[in-house]
Write a protein that binds this ligand. Structure first.
Ligand SMILES: NC(=O)c1ccc[n+]([C@@H]2O[C@H](COP(=O)([O-])OP(=O)(O)OC[C@H]3O[C@@H](n4cnc5c(N)ncnc54)[C@H](OP(=O)(O)O)[C@@H]3O)[C@@H](O)[C@H]2O)c1
Length: 296
């Protein structure tokens, strides 16, 4: 079983640097898939845990709640204290303190647990103020329902506002970040996180598998040099950045094993620089969240 290294939050607790995402488990944005292979997906989740994934990232709105039910079934036979369970409240349903708390409690029920290791708000809802949401996160933490709290898809001005209010309680910021999507670097969010000891968690690290295929010459050269796959190079590039962790979704057992084989080897500094500068497709803004105004 692989021991995934951890980084320390300012709270003193640790988070594994590699997590398992769960988007598309149980269904998609249209809701639960009636033809879903529930047992197969539960088997894959357990296989991932048995082989070293302990950080699992889910959300109440994935497959309209069904994803969390499946995750709950997958984790019920494990020692809860050995898992790092993170979930997010989608900003459409969680738009103020009360709705955020309601969503979080619903998630705990689906997951059959009584606390999150980490709970976050999924994004900014431009129609509502941020402060009541942050108050909701504090409420969850104060009552032991969430050990640590964070935000997701908070762009720099929003992140600054959240940090100014929460201070060191804000330990985690999740953003779309990979070899193609460079927003955290170019917007200054990554530097801001580093300066304030907020861990930046890169979601969609493989750009939904786009970075897993051969065909990008620079990546293919590294595959040859390191005898690793495209996915491993793409994930390792993120993990070698100071203060950055990541999570990928993998159900295929070969992918699970490959994604865990990221420790005990490193990309050389020169190669990291090449990937930083010469990677052929670099997009400034995430294609997952729209630019918007926000209210505090
Ligand atoms: N905060 C947010 O707004 C937000 C937004 C998007 C995602 N997320 C979170 O981030 C997690 C990860 O992102 P994602 O699922 O969108 O995309 P991703 O991790 O970039 O890509 C997942 C895809 O890559 C494939 N894959 C994984 N490892 C592979 C390997 N070694 N070789 C080849 N293919 C491989 C998976 O296939 P198999 O499943 O077949 O193995 C799956 O199709 C999500 O699951 C979700 O929990 C958060």
């Amino acid at each position: 079983m692989v021991q995934v290294p951890t980084l320390k939050f300012t709270s003193g607790r640790q988070i594994p640097v590699l997590g398992l995402g769960t988007w598309l488990i149980g269904g998609d944005h249209n809701g639960r898939n009636p033809q879903n292979d529930d047992e197969g997906q539960i088997r894959s989740l357990k296989y991932a845990i048995d082989n070293g994934f302990t950080f699992i990232r889910t959300a109440h709105n994935y497959a309209d709640g069904y994803c969390e039910e499946l995750v709950g079934r997958a984790i019920e036979s494990y020692d809860r204290s050995k898992l790092f369970l993170a979930s997010a409240a989608n900003q459409k349903w969680a738009y103020d303190k009360e709705t955020l708390i309601k969503v979080a409690k619903g998630s705990l029920k689906s997951l059959k647990t009584d606390y999150f290791d980490l709970f976050m708000i999924g994004a900014v809802n431009p129609n509502y103020s941020i402060k009541p949401i942050l108050d909701g996160l504090i409420y969850l933490q104060d009552r032991g329902l969430a050990r640590d709290i964070g935000v997701s898809n908070y762009r720099l001005p929003e992140l600054k506002a959240a940090y100014e209010y929460l201070g060191k309680k804000l330990v985690y910021s999740e953003m779309h970040y990979n070899l193609i999507i460079r927003e955290p670097e170019l917007s200054g969010t990554l530097d801001y996180c580093k300066k304030n000891n907020i861990i930046l968690s890169a979601y969609r690290p493989l750009q939904l598998g786009q970075l897993s295929k051969p065909g990008i010459v620079l990546l293919d050269q590294m595959v040859k040099k390191y005898s690793k796959s495209q996915s491993q190079i793409a994930l390792k590039w993120l993990l070698q950045k100071d203060g950055v962790i990541t999570m990928t979704k993998a159900l295929n057992t070969k992918h699970i094993i490959e994604d865990l084989d990221l420790f005990g080897w490193n990309l050389e500094k020169e190669d990291i620089k090449k990937l930083d500068k010469d990677f052929p497709i670099q997009i400034r803004l995430s294609d997952c969240s729209e630019p918007r105004e926000f209210k505090f």
